[in-house]
Design a protein around this ligand. Structure first.
Ligand SMILES: N[C@@H](CCC(=O)N[C@@H](CS)C(=O)NCC(=O)O)C(=O)O
Length: 206
């Protein structure tokens, strides 16, 4: 059975759990990382020398990096389901998954750590403001894309929606001013209708 190492309040673990649930895949998950510790244990480092969560093992393959895992699950179990049906949409999906890691991730992570994991008196107001503006610009860019299609890689939900969909829940939950992005909001509300999103993403941030 597919094995997953990682605590379920990690956004990167959430992506994997959401993908599994979309695909109806059974898995065995071990709590690890954060308050659970374990990322520096030799046994874990042998699987994931990057010492982060998530890590999976499936059919003898050990894999880490959340978006790579979502891609693996989509290609292995998600056709049809999470893998876009046509080749061009497949590469558009890949593009948005990379964009989440390279463009949105840094400001989104700054906001999360400052607003959720840092006491108000210890926060970095200038850093929060810079991250808010930077993330707002990224979501505004996405708003133009989502004006033209229901989901990121076209008319159907796909693997592309998972990394950015996980980030969207936090973005709309933060107590901050956001630019108007009606198309992102409508896409997010479509995601909110999906039971796997409700189960794995729509939870209090800790
Ligand atoms: N690029 C990696 C980042 C993984 C990562 O930074 N995971 C965080 C949790 S979201 C982590 O392992 N933090 C240390 C810990 O939980 O102990 C991925 O997408 O999987």
């Amino acid at each position: 059975m597919l094995k997953i190492w990682g605590r379920k309040n990690s956004i990167n673990v959430m992506k994997v759990l959401w993908a599994c649930d979309e695909l109806g895949l059974a898995f065995d998950r071990v709590d690890l990382g954060g308050a659970f510790g374990g990322t520096q244990e030799p046994e874990y480092l042998a699987r994931n020398p990057n010492a982060r969560v998530p890590t999976i093992e499936d059919k003898g393959l050990v894999l880490w990096e959340s978006n790579a895992i979502v891609r693996y699950l989509a290609v292995t179990y998600g056709n049809p389901g999470l893998l876009p049906a046509d080749t061009q949409s497949r590469w558009i999906a890949e593009q948005w998954m990379d964009w989440q890691q390279t463009t949105l991730h840094t400001p989104a992570t700054k906001l999360f750590w400052e607003l959720i994991r840092t006491e108000p008196e210890d926060r970095d107001p200038e850093g929060i403001e810079a991250a808010r503006i930077s993330a707002g610009e990224a979501w505004t860019l996405l708003d133009e894309v989502l004006a033209k299609s229901e989901f990121l890689a076209g008319a159907e939900f796909s693997m592309a929606d998972i990394p950015l969909g996980a980030a969207a829940f936090r973005w709309f939950a933060f107590d901050i001013e956001r630019p108007a992005t009606p198309n992102v909001r409508a896409w997010y509300e479509r995601l909110c209708q999906r039971p796997p999103y409700q189960t794995h993403i729509m939870n209090p941030m800790t």
